[in-house]
Write a new protein. Structure first.
Ligand code: GLA
Length: 319
């Protein structure tokens, strides 16, 4: 019997910046997805799930992702197919998936499933890939399984993150710095509403930032003065979020390491407002949750986390 697992993640600050090569600061959570079972020699996959009524069954390389049912199996098959395309020897597998990550809540249950599958395949033949290679193949798998043009944040944090540390990722260079969370702070994650990014306005936001980049060049190096010169008011707002959010990630890391709780909290709330007003990815329920958390004794900062349109809010609270 072999076992492979991967954690969920929450993002402390830096949302909707990854797909333009910006900065993000997610961290891995304690909850995780686990696959247990045995390799087979016939190239066929058969996985049961504790949370889904139907098992997934497919064979590599013949699988047609757009036809595969149930849909959760597409994430598994897409990873296996990516690895096969890279020339990695892929055996079959028969086993079971369990997860303690709430599904569809914006804590990256799909990325955790992808990374757990990739680790399983690599362990089968003692193959080593770098963290960024694993994350990039899982990101490609997410694109083909869900159609959502996500960035690299979730997969790279899940592959490389360390418990108790935030993972500062430069999504252009893929450089990672592990930032220890101070002992006096704890991370609170509150579920607000189910969401799926497929069919949401996520892809529109990716397009809108591309349109901004066609006007002023890469947002990761753009200045606020350049953003303010964009004619289209909607595109200007989207770009303003991204450029200001990258600066907030830098300032947040400085404030966190300097022990400046007031500044840490201020930046989280400013990030939330920017996502709500300029980027249009919050909801009234998420706005209300942030206000309620900010009125809770001990909470220093709160914001929506991840792709938005539902999902979770995150807060930092003094212990
Ligand atoms: C989702 C995507 C990530 C990232 C966030 C927003 O979680 O999968 O790549 O874009 O939304 O920061």
């Amino acid at each position: 019997m072999v076992e492979s697992s991967a954690r969920g993640r929450v993002n402390l600050i830096g949302d909707h910046t990854d797909y333009t090569g910006g900065l993000v600061l997610p961290m891995v959570l304690d909850c995780r997805t686990t696959i247990e079972g045995d390799y087979t020699t016939d190239g066929r996959w058969h996985l049961e799930s504790a949370d889904e009524p139907e098992p997934t069954r497919f064979a590599i390389p013949d699988v047609d992702l757009t036809e595969l049912q149930p849909r959760w199996g597409r994430y598994v098959a897409a990873v296996v197919r990516e690895m096969h395309a890279l020339g990695i020897p892929v055996r079959g597998f028969r086993g079971r998936v369990t997860t303690t990550i709430p599904i569809g809540s914006g804590l990256s249950s799909s990325a955790a499933l992808e990374v757990a599958v990739a680790r399983l395949v690599l362990a089968g033949d003692s193959i080593h890939l770098s963290d960024s290679e694993v994350a990039q193949l899982c990101r490609r798998a997410e694109h083909s399984a869900s159609g959502v043009p996500c960035g690299i944040m979730d997969q790279l944090c899940i592959v490389a993150g360390r418990p108790g540390h935030a993972t500062l990722i430069d999504c252009h260079s893929l450089d990672i710095t592990h930032i220890e969370l101070p002992d006096h702070l704890e991370v609170v994650v509150e579920f607000i509403a189910p969401r799926t990014l497929a069919g949401s306005e996520y892809a529109d936001r990716v397009d809108e930032t591309r349109r901004a980049e066609q006007t002023i060049g890469p947002l990761r190096t753009a200045t606020i003065a350049e953003v303010e010169a964009i004619d289209d008011p909607l595109i200007r707002r989207r770009a303003r979020h991204v450029v200001s959010e990258n600066a907030r990630v830098r300032d947040f890391v400085s404030a966190l390491t300097a022990g400046d709780d007031a500044e840490v909290g201020r930046l989280m709330v400013e990030s939330h407002r920017s996502l709500a007003v300029d980027f249009g990815t919050s909801t009234p329920a998420m706005d209300a949750a942030v206000d309620r958390l900010m009125a809770t004794p001990g909470v220093i900062g709160a914001r929506m986390t991840g792709g938005g349109f539902g999902g979770c809010v995150v807060a930092l609270r003094r212990r």
